[in-house]
Write a protein that binds this ligand. Structure first.
Ligand SMILES: Cc1cc2nc3c(=O)[nH]c(=O)nc-3n(C[C@H](O)[C@H](O)[C@H](O)COP(=O)(O)OP(=O)(O)OC[C@H]3O[C@@H](n4cnc5c(N)ncnc54)[C@H](O)[C@@H]3O)c2cc1C
Length: 455
């Protein structure tokens, strides 16, 4: 999608908006011009079905079928089974962006500031996710994780993370020495580590496919290839415009990930944050080297930086991934090094927050770019954790792009950030571990909807 505010969307916008004025909420509605269109569709079942779907008023429209949008729809359908829910997704599959291109780690919740939304939702979401996988036959593995200190200077940080983990209630965590580390991960090297037995792996696309099935089984709809180009309001209803028509509901939930700020802006929501995309690039271990990693091997994170550092991840569907680094992406959904979108790049460089961030972290940014261009530098980062890894053990793997919500002063919003209006909820920041926390974020959205909209 190049823009949520393009000329076409403006054109399609006016007619349905006036027609919606008389829509009785929750009911399908017909007007005389719709009836004449209905007559002309009578011979074509597909057009007739499309016509009925478009002319129906829903209780909730959810924009985006990543894990956050699908979890919100699923939780709404379970907690309020009478609601009519429609999910609109611009791609032809679920989990097409962040959710389907991430590391697949079920995070424990050890890192996050106690009492933050991230800490709470990660722990609750992890338990719910594991139960969900059990109940619905989604493959997962609680393979455990080690967070390794490789340098004396990292030991105070190791202690601090361990204490945070205890406050956050992470089960069975333990500080281990080099010998105990070797028993868990024989090829890893470090002075000390935190062993986190409750961390694991899952394929989040599989989770989303199951969520979609459950949403549809409950009588609700997930419509793919339906990009929302604009949002309008009329007499207490909200209308999402797509190239295939207008969809109306009492309430709308924006879970558009990398485009969540644009979707919010198209609804007239003024928010100080802007999404800036960061690409995470990965390698995979060749099969001959996979035996070097049993579970998840992570470095001590740099507290100055929002990412966890390059790590080794055994994948739920097989193989071992290494990475990611983090470089500014010149396109919100730019998965290749050469991906570029002029409009989006101009938008970012016109945002003061980007320059303030660049000023604060330019050295780290340059190192990440160097690692992006030099496999040798990437391998050096990995060798901190597994010294015997060689460049010849790696093959390039697909990358992922993170939506980072930046404030004008250059500060990165680390916690989940949701704005609520009279009949909309906008999820404007759902950073990692939002995939792990998805089901708990779904609960949070339902609670907000109940409190604000009186469900
Ligand atoms: C490289 C990387 C590694 C990560 N690793 C982990 C991990 O190991 N564990 C973990 O818990 N988290 C991880 N995360 C974070 C996690 O993946 C994200 O926080 C989470 O997936 C966000 O989900 P979402 O539904 O908000 O966004 P998305 O998955 O991006 O979904 C948003 C959806 O909205 C759709 N959309 C956008 N605009 C429109 C529009 N106008 N109309 C209709 N649809 C629209 C998009 O097509 C997309 O499908 C990682 C993220 C990245 C990028």
């Amino acid at each position: 999608m190049e823009s949520v505010l393009n000329a076409n969307s403006e054109r399609t916008l006016n007619k349905p908006q006036t027609r919606l004025n008389k829509a009785s909420s929750g009911e399908a509605f017909l007007y005389w011009d719709n009836i004449s269109r209905f007559n002309s569709f009578r011979g074509n079942k597909f057009l007739l079905l499309t016509y009925f779907l478009i002319s129906m008023t829903y209780d909730f429209i959810i924009v985006g079928a990543g894990i956050v949008g699908l979890s919100a729809a699923y939780k709404l359908s379970v907690i309020h089974p009478g609601l009519k829910i429609l999910v609109l997704e611009k791609e032809n599959r679920v989990a097409a962006h962040q959710t389907g291109n991430n590391s697949g780690v079920i995070h424990s919740g050890i890192y996050y500031k106690p009492n933050s939304y991230r800490a709470r939702n990660c722990v609750q979401g992890r338990h719910q996710l594991v139960d969900f996988c059990e109940e619905h036959n989604v493959a997962y593995d609680i393979c455990g994780k080690v967070i390794v200190a490789t340098d004396e200077k990292e030991l105070p940080r190791l202690d601090a993370i361990f204490e945070t983990g205890k406050i956050n209630g992470i089960e069975d965590i333990k500080i281990i020495d080099a010998q105990e580390l070797a028993e868990i991960e024989p090829y890893a090297s470090g002075l000390k580590a935190i062993h986190v037995p409750c961390a694991g792996i899952v394929d989040f696309t599989d989770v989303c496919i199951k969520l979609r099935q459950l949403i549809e089984k409950a009588g609700n709809r997930v419509m793919l290839s339906h990009p929302v180009t604009h949002i309008t309001h009329s007499q207490g209803t909200v209308t999402a415009m797509t190239p295939s028509g207008a969809f109306t509901a009492k309430y709308l939930i924006n879970c558009a990930g990398l485009y969540s700020d644009r979707v919010a802006a198209s609804a007239g929501v003024k928010t100080p944050v802007q999404i800036v995309p960061f690409r995470g690039e990965y390698f995979e271990l060749k099969p001959k080297a996979e035996h070097m990693v049993k579970g998840l091997i992570y470095p001590m994170p740099n507290p100055e930086f929002p990412f966890l550092g390059v790590h080794f991840t055994r994948m739920a569907l097989g193989g071992v991934e290494c990475g990611p680094n983090a470089v500014f992406a010149f396109k919100r959904e730019g998965y290749d090094k050469l991906s570029f979108n002029l409009e989006e790049t101009i938008e970012t460089i016109n945002f003061p927050g980007f320059w303030n961030l660049a000023r604060q972290h330019w050295r780290m940014g340059m190192e990440e770019y160097y690692r992006s261009l030099s496999r040798r530098a990437f391998v050096k980062g990995l060798q901190k954790l597994i010294p015997s890894i060689q460049a010849s053990d790696l093959i390039p793997a697909p990358s992922g792009v993170r939506a980072m919500a930046l404030q004008p002063d250059g500060n990165i919003l680390n916690d989940f950030y949701i704005e609520t209006t009279r009949n909309e909820i906008h999820v404007l920041n759902a950073p990692s571990p939002a995939a792990t926390a998805g089901l708990a974020i779904g609960d949070e959205i339902v609670q907000r909807a109940a409190a604000s909209f009186g469900l």
